[in-house]
Each structure stands twice: as C-alpha cells, then as structure tokens.
Design a protein around this ligand. Sequence first.
Ligand code: ATP
Ligand code: MG
Length: 690
Amino acid sequence: MAETNDHSVANGALLFDPPSNLQNEAHVKSMQQYQKMYKQSIEDPETFWREISAQFYWKSPPTGKFFEYNFDVGKGPISIKWMAGAKTNICYNMLDRHIANGLGDKVAFYWEGNDPNDFGKVTYSELLARVCKFSNVLKNLGISRGDRVAIYMPMILDLSVAMLACARIGAIHSIVFAGYSSESLAERILDATCSAIITADGVWRGTKLLNLKKIVDDALKICDEKGHRVEKCVVVRHLSPSDEVVKTNVNGDIEEEPEACRPSRKLKINWQAGRDIWWHEMMTSVSTECEPEWMDAEDPLFMLYTSGSTGKPKGVLHTIGGYMLYTATTFKFVFDYQPEDVYWCTADVGWITGHSYVTYGPLGNGATGLIFEGTPFYPDAGRFWEIVDKYRVTKFYTAPTAIRALMKFGDDFVNKYKRDSLKILGTVGEPINPEAWLWYYRVVGNSKCAIVDTFWQTETGGHVLTPLPGATPTKPGSATFPFFGVIPALLTEEGKVIEGPGEGYLVFKQPWPSLMRTVYGNQERFETTYFKKFPGYYCTGDGAKRDEDGYIWITGRIDDMVNVSGHLLSTAEVESALITHKNVAEAASVSHPHSIKGECIYCFVTLKQGAEYTNDLVTELKNIVRAKIGPFAQPDFLQNAPALPKTRSGKIMRRILRKIAVGDRNLGDTSTLADESVIDVLFQNRPNNA
Ligand code: ATP
Ligand code: MG
C-alpha cells in the first residue's frame, strides 16, 4: 500500500525500501540474503567468523577452541573467549596489511579543523610512519606491553597515531573524552592506574578555547594526592606555534612572555620538568620503523568508561581479536563499505563510537575516513553539510542529539549545500524519534539515502541491532534486526521469553566476537550488572518491543520506564509524540509519583528558536500525547526547559530530571553532566503544582 512515492505503510508504521541504486552495489542485496547469512552466523558461528578472520593477519592460529563462553552465573565465572592463543597485532592489521596490499598512497584520514581554514590529510603509509615513530617514543619512555596509557586529546590526527601506537606496542589505551573535568579524568586515571598520559596544549571548540594541559595538570595533581604518580605526560603542540606558548612555573605564574603572542591564542602552559614532554621534540630522533608486539587475541586492547547516563561509569574492557573482527565486519556491512567511499563519523574518539567507527572499523577495511575537530554549529549550523560537500562524503554517521539540535535551526542551513554525494546516513546513541528520522531522511538525505539506526553500547563493541542499507526495509524509529552472530530476546520481569510481538527487557543469548570481556578490575560488577538478573543472558539494561513484522524498537533504558495506573510506558514513546508538535525541538519525560495512579508523567520541553511557551501550547501538547498514545498517557506535568541536562556525549540524563521533577536537589554523581548550569534553570522553571 504505497502512501507516497518514497515509502509504504506496514502495520501502521511507515516503511522505506532500500534505495535501488544502493541495493545494486550492496554486499547484501535482499532480506533473503540477509536471512541466509544470519542463519549461518548463529547456527555455526565458528565457521562464519573463521572465514572472516582469514582476511586478517595472524602470526599464529588459536591454540584452543575458536570460541568458548559461559553466560550463566550459576555455572562459574562469566567468561567470553574468541580465538584464544592466536597471535596478532591490530595496528599491523589496520596499517601494514593494507600497505602490503598496495593501499599505501590511499588517504587514511582527512582532517578538518574547528576553523574551516585548518585542514589536512594523511595516507596509510604516512600514518604508519607516524605511528611507528610514536611507538618508539612510548618505548623510550619505558612504556611496554600491558601498561595503561591515558589519552586526553582533541580530535586531531595525532589522536589516532597515539591510540594505534599503544596498540602496536601492546599497551592498553584508556581514552577520556577531552571535555571531562579534571576530577572525572583523575577518577578514570586512578581506576586504570595509568602510568602515562598523552594530551595536547589546548583546543578550540567553536569560539571556546579549552586549556587541556591545565585540566591534565589538575587531574595529575589529584592523582598525586591520592598516591598514584603518572610518570610521563606527552603534550602535542596543537594550538600554539612555539613563539605563542606562555611558559609558566608550577604555580601558574608566567615565566617568560613571548614576543609574538596574539591575545586570542594566549595559553598558559605549566611545565613540570621530568614529567612533561613535547610530542614533537620526542618525534625528531626516533625511527619510522617499529616491529609490532605480537599479542594474544584475548589480550586487552583498551578500556573505555561508559558515558554515565545511569550512574558511575564502568571501565569496559575490550580485547584484540574479537573486537578487530567485529568492528571491521559491522563497518563493512552496515555502511556497505566500498573502496571509493569517503566516510565520516562525527563522534568524538573519546566515545565508543569513535573507537569502533572512526578508528578501528574503517581502518580494518582500508577505508578513507574523516576526523572533524569542531562542532556542528561553528561557524554556523550548516557546517556539517559544508564539510560533506567539501570532501564529497558518501557515508555519514551522527547522533540523534545532533540531528534534533540541527532541526531546531530549520532546513535552510541544509538546503544551502548540495549533499549529492551522500548514500547512507547513520544514527547512534539514543532512540531516534520518528520525527527526527524523517527530517534526516527527507531533508538531509533528499529522500535518496538509506538510514541506518544502529543500536549498540560501549559494552557490545559494535552494532548489534541495525538495518543493512541494501537489504532492510526501514521503519522510522526502529533499529530493525540483529546483526550477524547476534541473538536478541525479549524477557518479562520474571525472565520468561516473549515470542512474537511484545515488549520487555532486551537481552542477548550468546556472545558475538566484540562483547566486552569484563569491567576493568571489577569482575564482580561485570557479573552483577549484566548477568545476575537473567542467568544465561547478557542484559542490556534497555527495554525493547517487537512488532508484528518482527522489527525491534528500543524503548529506552529500563530505569526510565513509567508505570501509569498499571500501564508500562517508555519515555521514548511520550517524547516522540511531543516532538511531532511544530514548536517542539526536544522533549524528555520521566516518572513522577502520583497518589492514585502510582506514577504519572512529567515532561520537559525545549522549544524551537522563536517559539513561545504558553498555556495553549501546554494543552496542545497534552492532547497530542492523548491522541498518539492514549488518554492514560496524558502528562500531568509539563515544564519549559530552555536546555536539558545531558551527558558530555549528548544524551539526556533522565535520572537527574526525575530528581528535578520532585524538587529533590540530591542529584547523585553529576560528573558526567555536560553543563551544570541548566540544572538551576530547570529547578526555577518547575510548575507551581508540581
Ligand atoms: P551508562 O551505561 O554509563 O549509563 P550509556 O549507556 O549512555 O552510559 P553508552 O554505552 O555510550 O553509555 O550508550 C549505550 C546506550 O545508548 C544504550 O544502552 C541505549 O540506551 C542507547 N542507544 C545507543 N544506540 C541507540 C539506538 N540506536 N537506539 C536507541 N538507543 C540507543
Ligand atoms: Mg549503558
């Protein structure tokens, strides 16, 4: 039943077929082909992944079983192993392997700075030379296999160099998003007991200058006070040509004022002799060759702390072999990688998306990627599309928070640019409201691109529920079907499997290669968080529903569900209804205690530029929710929210909103909050009756 020419309707939801031009060249061209491959991947995972592993370089094969695991706490410690005993090096596979296959002169990364006049690029051969040099620097600093190295860097090429160099020598990187405070950074350094840190002098984000070195200094001071000394701090000179750095002593007093110092660029850099080292000075005297350290497939590759939407961040540990296989394979199929692609993932490398889909996934395929230092709004809200045209980007990957923020500025900023190179548009990080999905599809993609709504977590290492762009007919707001090797299930509170349509806890039945191995230094927290509630399953902590066509829809975090008079409601549903109103840019809903209903719904609403928050609007919004979901779902409270509390990765922190809704200032851990000032405004704006 075709409704318009670009989609049809299935069971009440819009259905979009894969664009036909894309389908012709795609690795997977039909649902039948997907189903066949999927079946093989879950019935015989060993054969499926063994064939894929043959594309990579292994110094020696696995010594034991290809794949073994225990998901049942009743049967002993939770453990997951892929290709244990096999020897490899992931950096070798990302760089040397492709160069040996003739890709040395191919661009590995384009780099686009915060300032549109700053840009650069690096080929595979150049990247390898830089990585080898920095590997030798790390070795000269006494860092070796198994040591933890903290990385706190802006989105510059040296960030990729730093992480790949760690991987080359077998050191474990722990990247902390360079927007976290010194306390948050210190907490992560201490948890991982890092012996060195790599940073840069500073960075511009939009019109804001951040002194990264100062944040690192403060963090290292906290570490010192807590009895852990970080021996070495390597600093990239990114912002300031040498004549513009103001050197200060330990107290921050200026020691020498350089002659040519533009006020806008003035950065005070503390320098602790013996500990602090300039990157460029170390790089001059080292060789461009470095033999990779041959690692076990199950040796740790990195740890990364989750974004802390629900509580204290967890140090998620990933290992080399499985992570390499899975990130490369998901990248290939989900972005339907073709050799001539220019691929751009806007995520910061400080998040898992930046690990898996800026760095390891694309490099694992020999792809050309783009690293962007700036923000979507600088110099104006057209920056993303300007960059898409400049590099003729074919595959683009961003987050719902960015899409919603850009929608707020209207279509003109998009329409100014051609965007005719785009083929696939991806999203990750939060449920995408159908309204935002449709804007992404129609306005950004000109109704010509496939949208891939990829559901996954820091813990899963790579995409677990996702459409394949040449095969899966998509429904706005649904992450559709499992990727190869992934077996999802929906469970009731009592742990009963829900077959067919229904809603419940989203869990996975067996591991795929890149599922996390443990919480760093805390196996007990690993088992309690993910395996205690439903023995035999990995529990995501997210809720999901399955519709009549088998499509899976993420309904949000289980902690965020609202129970109104016995009806269990997801926050995502209510929010998606609210943002269909033409004046609403973003919405968040939470549960609020209610004497009769048990719980009721409390909504925070951010309006589009220029719109006014009135009583009429409140009535209209209540009616929209009534009409779209049902009278029982009508919110009892609505409040104007000029901004919402978000994690530094841009996710709405509903646990904080729940506190605001009841006027409780006891907010718990707020260290992952991007901007604390929004909290006071929200407390002030609470409706009188709340
Ligand atoms: P923490 O675990 O510390 O609370 P976090 O869960 O926000 O932080 P991440 O691992 O970065 O940390 O995010 C994973 C979560 O993001 C998922 O569990 C899910 O809630 C949400 N998510 C990611 N992608 C999607 C998507 N495509 N659709 C819906 N939700 C998504
Ligand atoms: Mg999480």
